[in-house]
Design a binder for this molecule. Structure first.
Ligand SMILES: [Zn+2]
Length: 338
């Protein structure tokens, strides 16, 4: 316990709180900028088990703000979840970190949430946040929403049926293109650090049972315009489809589109129609005639003309060099099969 002595001295946590942290399991969904910062803080705080899920691999342009990753991770194109687990093992060997290299969707989100006492949002899109909200409300697991763009960020903790949920506050998915994204406005690391810090503080309160200390609202920060605001929220909306009526539209939606454009990446993710497990070695051998092939234990990358295909073991691919789903699908069919 010596390594946590400063945290144990803090009266909000103490020895009993530290024991609860050690026994806890937290899920971090999305391990980009926010997720990186969350994972590091949770690991250093001694949260005993972390589950980290992310669909992407590390690239050079991530390093400005995704604090868990190194140039080596980018060179080797290590999946973010795997790179995070490797880094956690170096930071705190007491922490068990489970890496899940997968797209989070309605076929797996409930399984990911299962067995976790808190979920932290490290995603970059509202569609996935509604999924998290549905899964957490359905299973009664608290979660902490967070988002950042430019110098602005927000955070909100959701305790199912005790506080407003994401659907209570934002009933509709914002129309595509209506909100600024990291693609159009960029993002600076200080606001990431602020949002992630507030999310982790809320998670520590939840895990140690100090719910009376939760901030109880929607927190908004702008580290450039120097605005810090807390919007108080009423309790759950009696009309909310999710937390009042138990209707989980995101969980029950048709399987998401097979090809999804990735924000700001000039890339499209193509998912197989049916779950599959690829033999990456065989795929790499087969693709060598088509172009330059590189691989690591998690993925195979093919450079073919202007395109780059990165294929994961779960048969997903990220096709770079296009933002056209049809082009990406046809490249996938040509090189990976259907
Ligand atoms: Zn609600």
């Amino acid at each position: 316990m010596e390594r946590y002595s400063r945290q144990i001295l803090f009266e909000g946590i103490g020895e009993a709180g530290q024991r609860r942290l050690r026994a806890a399991r937290a899920l971090v969904l999305g391990c980009g900028a926010l997720g990186s910062a969350q994972v590091e803080m949770l690991a250093r705080a001694g949260v005993g088990r972390l589950r980290v899920a992310d669909r992407d691999f590390v690239e050079e342009s991530n390093l400005q703000r995704q604090s868990l990753f190194t140039e080596r991770d980018a060179r080797e194109r290590v999946p973010k979840a795997a790179a995070a687990a490797r880094r956690v093992a170096e930071i705190n060997s007491d922490v068990e970190c489970e890496a899940v290299v997968a797209d989070v969707n309605n076929s797996n989100v409930e399984r990911l949430v299962e067995g976790c006492e808190v979920v932290l949002d490290g995603t970059d899109n509202f569609a996935t946040r509604y999924l998290i909200n549905d899964a957490c409300v359905k299973r009664g697991v608290p979660w902490v929403y967070g988002a950042a763009v430019g110098s602005y960020g927000v955070s909100m903790a959701v305790r199912p049926r005790e506080t407003a949920c994401l659907r209570c506050v934002f009933p509709e998915l914002p129309a595509a293109g209506s909100a600024e994204t990291c693609d159009t406005a960029g993002v600076i690391m200080p606001v990431i650090a602020v949002v992630a810090a507030v999310q982790v503080a809320e998670a520590l309160k939840l895990l140690t049972g100090r719910v009376e200390n939760l901030n109880g609202g929607l927190m908004q920060f702008d580290v450039w315009r120097n605005e810090w605001r807390r919007v108080s929220l009423a309790g759950p909306d009696p009309e909310c489809p999710a937390c009042a009526h138990g209707r989980f539209d995101s969980l029950n939606a048709e399987r998401p589109e097979m090809a999804a454009v990735l924000c700001g990446r000039d890339a499209v993710q193509v998912s197989p129609a049916r779950a599959a497990e690829l033999d990456l070695g065989a795929l790499a051998a087969r693709l060598r005639s088509a172009g330059e092939v590189k691989s690591n234990p998690y993925l195979v990358r093919l450079r073919a003309g202007a395109y780059e295909l990165t294929v994961f073991r779960d048969a997903r691919a990220i096709v770079r060099g296009t933002d056209d789903p049809a082009t990406a699908r046809s490249l996938y069919a040509r090189y990976v099969g259907t």
